[in-house]
Design a protein around this ligand. Structure first.
Ligand code: GAL
Ligand code: ZN
Length: 660
């Protein structure tokens, strides 16, 4: 077994040699060395090459590739190759194919066309995993096992009959009986009461709004089902290839929410994730930062692996534009700043054929003689100097709570406002804090909140009692807690907490709300400071003091921003989403009250994040503005490899300063 590279931040990516002739493999090795590639992920989509017919295995070509990589000192993250079944399997067993909400079969011809509950699929996948684990267990290039690939990317939820049966079994384990399911789902409503388990179906397309708790439980079931499959694959690896760490690549991009990664993380030897910048977003770089901070939260603060991102364009957005010069480096370091100890890409060499032929790679269509490959080589040199950063932790005094299950519930049918996207408020607050040079951990409500000076609770619509209690305890013990509208509304079954909103947080916040007044698309409401959008409420303070009010309309004079004393800390409430400037002003008051200071004094638009280890600290800087920026910091810049007293950053420029 090869240890994961520790003298550098590992750089590499998905390697798909089966798409190329052998002569190219030799060239690949030379170019990988030139670029400073220290790992590859191998075999992700190789099933049909490794098992051309049932039970007939052909590992010869992979042996050759593994040998070449070993000779060249490159560590292998070896996939179990079970992400996509070969055509012979789906032809022999069409029952493994997933089915959509309308009952349409999703046919083979793309990838991941398998039902998450299919026992037939599992059996075949586990057989291949067993063979691979036995064959490569002692291979000197093997450093890490990569189970499947991006679970749930395309095949969840599946509404097939196999899933219907599996869903019923899952419910029987979760609930003491059918009555309990009826209670939890509130089936007294609309004559939905079940009298036999077999009447329960996946939430297939129906006439109008589906039962929200039925949908919520089906989402939980989907995540649990795939996690169960992951565990089975992992068990095979642990049995036949003991001692080799195991991971699967998550998708912590904020728009991807099929899996509850907080449940998945404890099963990983190292948390790894994929991230792709979506340039069409209003704040693409803030989304990257949020996603990275979420990944770190999922990893419990430990360093994590960026398994995939892109050197340049992707192929799956409506318009796919190449990245600007320098952006490969800047995006990579943005992840490292926030705790990644690995820089991985999809993929090593840009495909000639297939639906990803216009997706960028480390070696583009233009070949070695290209600006992108030169930038990759530059990144390789930087990664080589960043080894000392490995293992250090990101400093953050602020926690922003994120709960996939609250997100599922909040995205349920027939809500007060269809415009309230779960991630929006948390991301807005995160972005404004980032603009102040303040780093936040994005963590689950069950995380240990005691060390944070500020705890932000954005639109935590569904909240469990114990989580609400932990949030209140954080305020009691001195934190500034900021809760936003549409938090604490429902319990774990998505039943509304009665007696007035915001249910679980009413006492903590010292406010009571009887009705919601969400704003229409584009509508704003004047506040005593700035304007609000998206939401408004008629807030009655019980113990809270009023810090800001609505300045017009039916709520004129009613509270928009409040604060209540809570033990050693305070509990702030926002009943609307203020414009950036006004929200930033509220955040400014909160961080001042909490005594939180930025990682460095930087101009707005300059990102500053600090990682700290046993033997030092590193300040990561990135200039997102269009002007040159100077930051006062003394030490050694590992990007330019020069001692610095202050750093001058070009637009788009980056620095990683080992602080004196
Ligand atoms: C990921 C996937 C890769 C590749 C990449 C393209 O979702 O794991 O195999 O398809 O996207 O951006
Ligand atoms: Zn299914």
């Amino acid at each position: 077994m090869r240890p994961w590279p520790t003298d550098r931040i590992a750089l590499g990516g998905d390697y798909n040699p089966e798409q190329w002739p052998r002569a190219t493999w030799r060239e690949d090795m030379a170019l990988m060395r030139e670029a400073g590639v220290s790992f590859v992920t191998l075999g992700v989509f190789s099933w049909s090459w490794l098992e051309p017919a049932k039970g007939e295995y052909d590992f010869g070509w992979l042996d050759e590739v593994m040998g070449l990589l070993h000779e060249n000192g490159i560590a292998v993250d070896l996939a179990t190759a079970t992400a996509t079944p070969p055509p012979w399997l789906s032809a022999a067993h069409p029952e493994i194919l997933p089915v959509d909400r309308d009952g349409h079969t999703l046919w083979p011809g793309s990838r991941q066309a398998w039902c998450p509950s299919s026992p037939v699929y599992r059996e075949h996948a586990l057989a291949l995993t067993t063979q691979l684990a036995r064959h490569y267990r002692d291979h000197p290039a093997l450093a890490l096992w990569h189970v499947s690939n991006e679970y749930a990317c395309h095949n969840l939820p599946c509404y097939c009959d196999t899933c219907a049966g599996a869903f019923r079994r899952w419910l029987r384990q979760r609930y003491p009986g059918l009555d309990a399911v009826n209670d939890a789902w509130g089936t007294a409503f609309w004559s939905q009461r079940y009298t036999d388990w077999d009447q329960i179906l996946p939430p297939r397309r129906t006439t109008t709004f589906a039962n929200p708790t039925h949908q919520l439980d089906f989402a939980r079931f989907g995540s649990d089902t795939l996690l169960d499959f992951f565990r089975e694959e992992k068990a095979v690896l642990v049995e036949h290839s003991p001692g080799v760490p195991v991971t699967t690549n998550f998708m912590t991009l904020t728009h991807f929410r099929h899996l509850d990664y907080h449940d998945w993380a404890p099963e990983q030897d190292v948390v790894s994730t994929d991230h792709y910048v979506i340039e069409s977003l209003e704040h693409p770089r803030a989304e990257l930062a949020f996603s990275a901070d979420l990944t770190r939260g999922i990893a419990g603060g430990a360093p994590w692996m960026l398994m995939e991102h892109s050197t340049s364009a992707v192929n799956w957005q409506p318009v796919n534009r190449a990245k600007a010069p320098g952006q490969t480096i800047r995006d990579s370091l943005a992840h490292v700043a926030r705790g990644a100890d690995t820089i991985g890409f999809f993929q090593w060499r840009q495909s000639r054929a297939g639906s990803e032929k216009f997706h960028s790679a480390l070696v583009p269509h233009a070949g070695r003689d290209s600006a992108r490959f030169r930038e990759v080589c530059e990144l390789g040199a930087i990664a080589g100097r960043l080894g000392e950063v490995r293992g250090s932790r990101v400093e953050a005094d602020v926690a922003i709570l994120w709960d996939y299950q609250a997100g599922w519930a909040a995205s349920g049918p027939a809500m007060p406002s269809g415009d309230l996207e779960y991630a929006l408020v948390g991301q807005s607050i995160h972005r404004l804090l980032r603009g102040r040079g303040i780093t936040a951990d994005v963590v689950h409500p069950s995380a240990d909140l005691t060390a944070y000076r500020v705890v932000v609770v954005p639109t935590l619509y569904l909240v469990r009692d114990e989580h609400a209690a932990a949030i209140a305890a954080a305020a009691e013990s001195g934190a500034q807690v900021l809760v936003t509208f549409f938090s604490g509304i429902s319990d774990e079954h998505d039943h509304v907490r009665l007696g007035g909103y915001p249910g679980a947080f009413r006492d903590l916040l010292g406010v009571r709300v009887e009705e919601f007044f969400p704003l229409l698309p584009g509508e704003t409401v004047a506040l005593s400071e700035g304007t609000g959008r998206l939401w408004s409420e008629d807030v009655t303070p019980t113990t809270a003091e009023v810090l800001g009010v609505y300045a017009e309309g039916p709520l004129a004079g009613r509270p928009a921003v409040t604060r209540a004393r809570a033990g050693g800390g305070s509990a702030w409430y926002l009943s609307t989403l203020p414009d950036d400037q006004s929200l930033d002003a509220v955040l400014g008051r909160i961080v001042t009250a909490a005594g939180v200071s930025p990682a460095a004094e930087v101009a707005p638009g300059v990102e500053a994040v600090r990682r700290r280890g046993e033997h030092g600290s590193w300040l990561f800087l990135a200039n997102d503005t269009a002007q040159e920026q100077t930051v006062e910091v003394a030490g050694h810049d590992l990007v330019s490899d020069r001692p610095v007293g202050s750093v001058v950053l070009e637009p788009g420029g980056v620095a990683v300063v080992r602080e004196a």
